[in-house]
Design a protein around this ligand. Structure first.
Ligand code: 13P
Length: 304
């Protein structure tokens, strides 16, 4: 093992340079963390344990503090780091969020990386919000992810039929805007909108099966050619596999997964908490091994 522990920023760069990816798994219920860490270790896959603001507002993750405390109990430095996912400036219900306070809390607690989501803002406002978080995070050695374009699905209202959405390219990240955004914001990683959608999270729809999304690999290539930083794919559940593999080959270095491991937990927890945890383990292994083909990735990006 190297003498110094690599930062998550180093590991993301290594994943990106090697055309592999780091999966991030969302934890909306604290007990889910243990089987996710176990699955990462058993598949020798390096991954991120993540929580998004909506997972303590609308689910039962408890907040940045409880997630961090559980992470201290479960973590395995060889295979995991802790990431604060989506803290939006404007949330999925169009409400203003005190995003700087939430992200400062995560930075102070010792999260390895954080995401500021200014994707519902204008380009200029998104750059400004991201710069503010970079200025807080970088002096503490914390990496920053941000988003440009709209990865839809978290909103409670209906979204257009998927085929229409994909064909129109509505909300897709614009490559020229991405160049300016990255240069001016100082972000380390950029979440791009290229066809994926988030799994629904409103109480009425969260059990629904996701659409099998496609990706515009052409748009991804265009963005990656002029933006030379690791790119992030949100909405990782249910994307057609050939697109995911092509995306990893073309600059996607991190893939966020929530619905694929949440739904099996929710389906079983009332009947048997033990069965629910085994289902989380099985779904995480399946995602790493079959859907993303990332088994053994730790040996590539974090060689012993
Ligand atoms: P899914 O729910 O589609 O897996 O998306 C997760 C995600 O992008 C969280 O940021």
């Amino acid at each position: 093992m190297p003498l110094t522990t690599p930062t998550v920023r180093d590991l993301m760069l290594r994943a990106w340079e090697n055309h592999t990816a780091i999966p991030g798994f969302n934890i909306p219920y604290l007990p889910m963390m243990a089987p996710v860490v176990r699955a990462l270790r058993d598949t020798r896959c390096f991954g991120l344990i993540m929580v998004a603001r909506l997972e303590w507002v609308k689910f039962e993750s408890g907040g940045p503090g409880p997630i961090h405390a559980e992470y201290q109990r479960q973590k395995d430095d060889r295979f995991t780091r802790l990431h604060m996912d989506h803290v939006p400036v404007i949330d999925e219900d169009n409400l203003q969020v005190d995003y700087e306070a939430d992200l400062q809390e995560a930075i102070d607690l010792g999260y390895d990386s954080v995401m500021v989501d200014g994707s519902r803002l204008s380009l200029e406002e998104n750059i400004e919000a991201t710069r503010r978080i970079v200025a807080r995070a970088h002096p503490q050695g914390v990496a920053v992810e941000s988003e440009l374009g709209a990865v839809m699905g978290h909103e409670s209202g209906p979204i257009p039929p998927y085929d229409e959405l994909f064909a129109s390219g509505k909300g897709f990240t614009d490559a020229a805007e991405a160049r300016r955004f990255v240069a001016e914001s100082g972000t380390d990683w950029l979440s791009v909108a290229i066809g994926s959608v988030h799994g629904a999270i409103s109480a009425a729809t969260r059990k629904e099966k996701k659409v099998e999304a496609r990706l515009s690999i052409d748009r991804l290539k265009e963005i990656q050619e002029i933006v030379q930083i690791p790119l992030v794919l949100h909405g990782g559940t249910g994307i057609q596999k050939k697109y995911v593999l092509e995306a990893i080959a073309n600059g996607i270095a991190k893939i966020n997964v929530a619905t694929a491991i949440r739904q099996p937990y929710e389906a079983l927890v009332a009947e048997s908490p033990e069965k629910a945890l085994e289902a989380v383990y099985d779904a995480t292994v399946q995602m790493i091994r079959e859907d993303l083909e990332l088994e053994g990735s730790a040996d590539v990006i974090y060689p012993a």
